[in-house]
Design a protein around this ligand. Structure first.
Ligand SMILES: NC(=O)c1ccc[n+]([C@@H]2O[C@H](COP(=O)([O-])OP(=O)(O)OC[C@H]3O[C@@H](n4cnc5c(N)ncnc54)[C@H](O)[C@@H]3O)[C@@H](O)[C@H]2O)c1
Length: 414
């Protein structure tokens, strides 16, 4: 911890899209923070963002036309990197250059998942952050989900201490498909649903299986086995629908990314015990909305969480009609019938505790629970899973030949 923590952390947002708004709304429950700047491509998006900052009374937010201008501002201490995956490394190079050339006094960075599209890119992100002297945090919200925080604490304190460590973590995240065209384009996003959503599942599972207080490298990956499929969005009607909604660039007749993936990761703890992560993700799940399912199993106990088994539910008869929305649950698919409601999405999904943690670590100069090192480790697992799906075989770790590996669906000209 540094001798004198900053009284308040002044944050600049890079990107003002979907996830930026989620982070912003969660900041009302975070102390010692002001949101002082935003840079994004769309002036309207930036204006909307600044207006939201004002209405939430989160600070005096300035809109910047260039990233360099925001990085040079004297009231931005840390940045939250929230732009699409294919823009990440370029943004990071700019940040690195501004700091190294002495034009920016930014000291910390938090970056959304996945850290990058390939292992090579992820390692470059880590190198640039460290070389620029930045304190870095990897934004994996599921590690900070309130049920994960509480569940992990109880299981390890009461059950694992009495009967032995947990040995199996199951994690699934499923919804009906992402909201912006770039997610659907393999080269831009880095893959399909495996890269987009299994990054959550493997990291939250790894976190649940890690003994509290132990380093993440206390678990060593031995091998991974993955498979992918195209269940829904390559069907002609749905491929047409995608193209109509997102334009000709999103052509699932000719260039689909996987909309289903499963992965098994075999790990070993420091005492040689084997533990397993079982992950499933899909963009082909049509339930009430986004569903996160987690399980942690051990010799005499089990923990489970399902984000759609909410305490609060509403029922609306067929006489109730209204516009489509996401006001009940993220990626909502209906406005009638019996519907689950997440009354505090930012809290349950983990954004509130994640941002509170990052702000406090950056303010005090402490290392966050999730860093770019974890982001690199996640991409290594994802690329192992993609490679396994491609060759139809289990991939043994460490897999040194995957540094420049690009998943089939992300290869340009594939
Ligand atoms: N934690 C989660 O559950 C979660 C959920 C959604 C998205 N994400 C991640 O957040 C990131 C952003 O996703 P999103 O849903 O907000 O996307 P989005 O398409 O809704 O918004 C992207 C934003 O980035 C801006 N942008 C695009 N290119 C840019 C560039 N070169 N420089 C600066 N700004 C640029 C756009 O103007 C827009 O404001 C992605 O990496 C995604 O994987 C995480």
């Amino acid at each position: 911890m540094s001798a004198s923590p900053k009284e308040r952390l002044r944050v600049g947002f890079i990107g003002s899209g979907f996830i930026a708004q989620f982070h912003l709304k969660s900041m009302i429950n975070v102390r010692n923070v002001d949101v002082t700047g935003v840079y994004g491509l769309s002036p309207e998006g930036r204006k909307e963002f600044c207006d939201l900052v004002s209405s939430l009374e989160l600070g005096d937010c300035k809109s910047y036309e260039t990233l360099e201008d925001m990085l040079r501002a004297d009231d931005v201490d840390a940045v939250w990197l929230l732009t699409p995956n294919h823009t990440r490394v370029d943004v990071m190079r700019t940040i690195h250059k501004e700091i190294k050339d002495g034009r920016s006094s930014v000291t910390a960075i938090a970056c959304e998942k996945p850290l990058a599209r390939t292992i090579g890119e992820a390692r470059e992100m880590l190198h640039l952050a460290e070389d620029a002297g930045l304190n870095h945090g990897y934004l994996e919200n599921q590690v900070f989900c309130t049920p994960v925080l509480r569940g992990k604490e109880i299981i390890w304190r009461r059950a694992a201490s009495a009967t032995g460590r947990p040995y199996l973590a199951r994690a699934a995240e499923e919804h009906s498909g992402p909201h912006s065209p770039w997610f659907w384009q393999g080269d831009k996003q880095g893959g399909g649903v495996l890269s987009d959503m299994m990054c959550h599942s493997v990291e939250v599972a790894r976190h649940l299986l890690t003994k509290p207080g132990a380093g993440r490298n206390s678990l060593r990956v031995k091998e991974v086995n993955g498979s992918t499929a195209n269940l829904k969005w390559t069907r002609s009607h749905y491929a047409d629908k995608l193209m109509k909604q997102y334009g000709p660039e999103v052509d699932y007749h000719k260039r689909p990314s996987e909309d289903f993936a499963r992965g098994t990761v075999l790990l070993e703890d420091e005492e040689g015990n084997e533990v397993v992560i079982e992950a499933t993700t899909s963009w082909a799940y049509v339930g009430a909305g986004l569903r996160i399912q987690l399980e942690l199993l051990g010799p005499e106990y089990a923990m489970e969480f399902n984000s759609l088994n909410t305490g609060l539910k509403v029922f609306m008869s067929r006489e109730v009609s209204g516009s489509e929305g996401e006001d009940l649950v993220e990626k909502q698919n209906a406005e009638q019938g019996l519907m689950p409601v997440l009354e505090d999405e930012a809290g349950v999904y983990g954004y509130t505790d994640e941002n509170r943690h990052m702000v406090e670590c950056f303010r005090k100069g402490e290392t966050p629970l999730e860093t770019f090192d974890d982001g690199v480790a996640v991409v290594e697992i994802l690329m192992g899973l993609y490679r396994s799906a491609e060759i139809g075989e289990t991939v043994k770790f460490p897999a040194h030949d995957l540094t420049d590996y690009v998943p089939v669906v992300a290869r340009t000209g594939a």
